[in-house]
Design a binder for this molecule. Structure first.
Ligand code: HSE
Length: 305
């Protein structure tokens, strides 16, 4: 095999009460990567889109992830990675994770390296570190595993795959950019104990509700008393979108990753579509361009064509 094509999904991380530890993958949008063996040494990155991402592998999230993987494997096979992104960088739906995860899954398959999903997430986290300055896996893990995951620990990496009922998600992506590193810089370093208790109570209840399918409990648990109050100031019309979504039948919602995307969960497709209509109407008054996506939670992660 000389080349391989990979589809890498967008992901929603944090999921309200699970800052840096909860995430799920969605069916749309997704990135496409084609990886080809070359006779020249080194990694060549071709960005087949208008996002202006770096082509230098040391400065590119897919590049650093693959370089680390080849170093650990002790292989110096030359590779050309052509990236066609639909997930806009700085959107809050796991753009950097889609690039780095797609690249490591593709190279693993193309070269028959046999790394496990957990090891692939570790390599992809090199890209997350480059993009955000932090070792977080709440986009990379769901991107590779698919479905809903909990990252119990980023170092050493400990990923828990969560069972969940069928759920639909509506995402709205206002066309403004929020850099994850900047959205992290504004977060509090210390958290009052009563806020921490509230947050971990919600997170425990959220995971229990996913497992039991108790959507009322899921709804009550979708509360973030630590991160959302600080970050929502970066996202125009956040409260109005959440209110319109809940009125249209959402179980709950919040900021997707570090924003500006927002997401709302629904128990079926019809409700998710109605939420999409309601929040489009609501957001139109801002004058800010936006995209919306409606998708079921994606059971598998990165896929190989
Ligand atoms: N958990 C990360 C953050 C996700 O919120 O900073 C970044 O997309």
């Amino acid at each position: 095999m000389r080349d391989i094509t990979i589809f890498s999904p967008a992901t929603v991380s944090n999921v309200v009460c699970g800052f840096d530890c909860l995430g799920f993958s969605i069916a749309e949008p997704f990135d496409k990567l084609t990886i080809r063996k070359t006779d020249e040494q080194g990694i060549r990155i071709i960005n087949n889109d208008d996002f202006g991402l770096p082509a230098d592998p040391q400065m590119n999230v897919a590049g650093v992830a693959v370089l680390e993987m080849l170093r650990v494997a002790g292989i110096d096979q030359g590779l050309e990675i052509t990236s066609t992104k639909s997930i806009k960088p700085g959107s809050g739906i796991g753009s950097s994770a889609a690039s780095s995860c797609g690249a490591v899954v593709g190279v693993n398959e193309l070269l028959g390296l046999g790394f496990s999903k957990r090891e692939l997430v570790e390599f992809a986290m090199r890209g997350e570190m480059l993009a955000s300055g932090a070792r977080h896996a709440d986009n990379a893990a769901p991107c590779i595993y698919g479905g809903f995951v909990l990252v119990r620990s980023a170092e050493p990496l400990d990923v828990v795959e969560l069972s969940c009922p069928p759920l639909w998600v509506t995402v709205i992506h206002p066309q403004i950019e929020i850099k994850t590193a900047e959205a992290r810089a504004i977060l509090p370093v210390d958290v009052p104990l009563r806020s921490a208790v509230r947050q971990w109570s919600n997170l425990g209840a959220f995971v229990a509700a996913l497992s039991s399918g108790d959507l009322d409990l899921l709804s009550r648990s979708m509360e973030d008393v630590i991160v959302e109050p600080v970050r929502k100031g970066l996202i125009p019309h956040f409260d109005e979108v959440m209110k319109a979504g809940r009125t249209a039948g959402a179980i709950g919602g919040g900021i997707s990753g570090s924003g500006p995307s927002m997401f709302l969960l629904a128990e079926n497709e019809n409700t998710a579509v109605a939420i999409g209509q309601a929040i489009r109407n609501e957001y139109a008054v801002t004058g800010i361009d936006f995209n919306t996506y409606v998708s079921e939670i994606k059971r598998g992660g990165v896929s190989i064509s």
